[in-house]
Design a binder for this molecule. Structure first.
Ligand code: XUL
Ligand code: CO
Length: 437
């Protein structure tokens, strides 16, 4: 059955195409730096926004037109939705998708029933994966929607909720493994707090770490070889999310001896909510060997919440791909469109326009980033800016040869530090703009 009868398989038609259902830049087999675009970008569609989003907001219910939905959260509907999802993704030509357990399958009357339902839907997902060749980039557990998680999951004040969360993650890990998932994501959900008047912060952080250690132990036990990813976010739903940003999350992981077991899934709108640029967050993760995957979206610079819009800004996508290319690729991660169409864009075709635009913006950004790297106009400047560290006193400091005494003697002899050179920010911005074509 065709759920998108008017949509053909989306093809690459080149930059001059005006066909709204064609790629202008994403040409999966085209080589960039000797690797195909498909392998550089590893695009994924997210199940939650794309197949479960209704467009609801705090001011009104969803108004998305989804002719295949029957308005229920039944198992039959979940099974039918699998067909919708795979037709959508096949026509788009994406190699991956991602889910939370509760996106793909509803809860039953108790945990045992819930797990059985998940197995039933997972069986169908597996069949569709085999039919289409579309793979699972990552799975995750929804530990935030059900009211049992009102005070958090592993950081709940209620030990039973910790136990329920453990059981749920255990099952989600098993299903992720069964479906060949290449990563598993931990986004904090309600792991955080609103007021210290009712919160034992130390105890909650200890519990969060204990939970992560248990997950690592179980991962090894069942032989799941995918990468564990933490997805930092500073606020929303709680005022103080425990995985605030990459630096804060790395400190947490190191403090509890978990840093070798995790990487980060960095999301643009989370970076900007933390008052960072995405470039900063990616670079921070990358230089620490922690950049594992990307949730590709963007926020609205005029709004202070997580709007999860599709990425269209070439300046942003070029910066993202610049970091990815500079670290030699995204590894087992990918570009997951954790993004939703606007409430006003309520027709099924809008889902295609959104993904095509996002994929083209990233493919275009990839080409721009490769051109920036080829000329080394930017990296060459940075290297030159730090040249004083390559020889002489700079090299002695970096190698540990020079201590305070040597540095004092050096400076007493020299009298003054050499005048600094201009940072040339405006020039470099002009250089970057030369590549944006
Ligand atoms: C929430 C968010 C999540 C994670 C997966 O802001 O980004 O959808 O990506 O739990
Ligand atoms: Co996300």
């Amino acid at each position: 059955m065709a759920f998108f009868p008017d949509v053909p398989k989306i093809q690459y038609e080149g930059p001059d195409s005006t066909n709204p259902l064609a790629y202008r830049h994403y040409n999966p087999d085209e080589l960039v730096e000797g690797k195909s675009m498909k392998d550089h970008l590893r695009f994924a569609v997210c199940y939650w926004h794309t197949f479960r989003g209704t467009g609801g907001d705090p001011f009104g219910p969803g108004c998305a037109v989804r002719p295949w939905e029957d308005g229920s959260d039944s198992v039959d509907m979940a099974l039918k939705r699998v067909e919708v999802a795979f037709e959508f993704m096949e026509k788009l030509g994406v190699p991956y998708y991602c889910w939370h357990d509760r996106d793909i399958a509803p809860e039953g009357a108790n945990l045992s029933e819930t797990n059985k339902i998940l197995d039933t839907v997972a069986k169908k997902l597996k069949e569709q994966q085999q039919r289409t060749g579309i793979k699972l980039l990552w799975g995750t557990a929804n530990l935030f929607s059900n009211k049992r998680f009102v005070h958090g999951a592993s950081t709940s004040c209620n030990a039973d909720v910790f136990a329920y969360s453990a059981a749920q993650v255990k099952k989600a890990l098993e299903v992720t493994k069964e479906l060949g998932g290449e990563n598993y994501v931990f986004w904090g959900g309600r792991e955080g707090y609103v007021t210290l008047l009712n919160t034992d912060l130390k105890r909650e952080l200890d519990h969060l770490a204990k939970f992560m250690h248990m997950a690592v132990e179980y991962k090894k036990k069942i032989g799941f070889t995918g990468t564990f990813l933490i997805e930092p976010k500073p606020h929303e739903p709680t005022a103080h999310q425990y995985d605030f940003d990459c630096a804060n999350s790395l400190a947490f992981l190191r403090g509890y001896g978990l840093d070798k077991e995790f990487k980060f899934n960095v999301e643009t709108n989370h970076a900007t909510l933390a008052k960072h640029t995405m470039w900063h967050e990616l670079q921070y993760a990358s230089v620490n060997g922690m950049l594992g995957s990307i949730d590709a979206n963007r926020g609205d610079l005029l709004l202070g919440w997580d709007t999860d819009q599709f990425p269209t800004d070439l300046y942003l996508t070029a910066q993202i791909m610049y970091v990815v290319l500079n670290q030699g690729g995204i590894g087992s991660g990918g570009m997951n469109f954790d993004a939703k169409v606007r409430r006003e864009s309520f027709e099924p075709i809008d889902l295609y326009h959104a993904h095509i635009g996002g994929m083209d913006a990233f493919a275009h950004g990839l080409k721009i980033a490769a051109a920036m790297r080829k000329d080394a106009a930017l990296s060459g400047f940075v290297k030159q800016r730090y040249a004083s560290w390559d020889t002489g006193i700079g090299a002695d400091i970096e190698s540990g040869k020079a201590k305070f005494e040597e540095l004092e003697a050096y400076m007493l002899a020299k009298g003054e530090a050499a005048p600094n050179a201009s940072g040339r920010q405006e020039l470099l911005e002009n250089v970057m703009n030369r590549y944006l074509k």
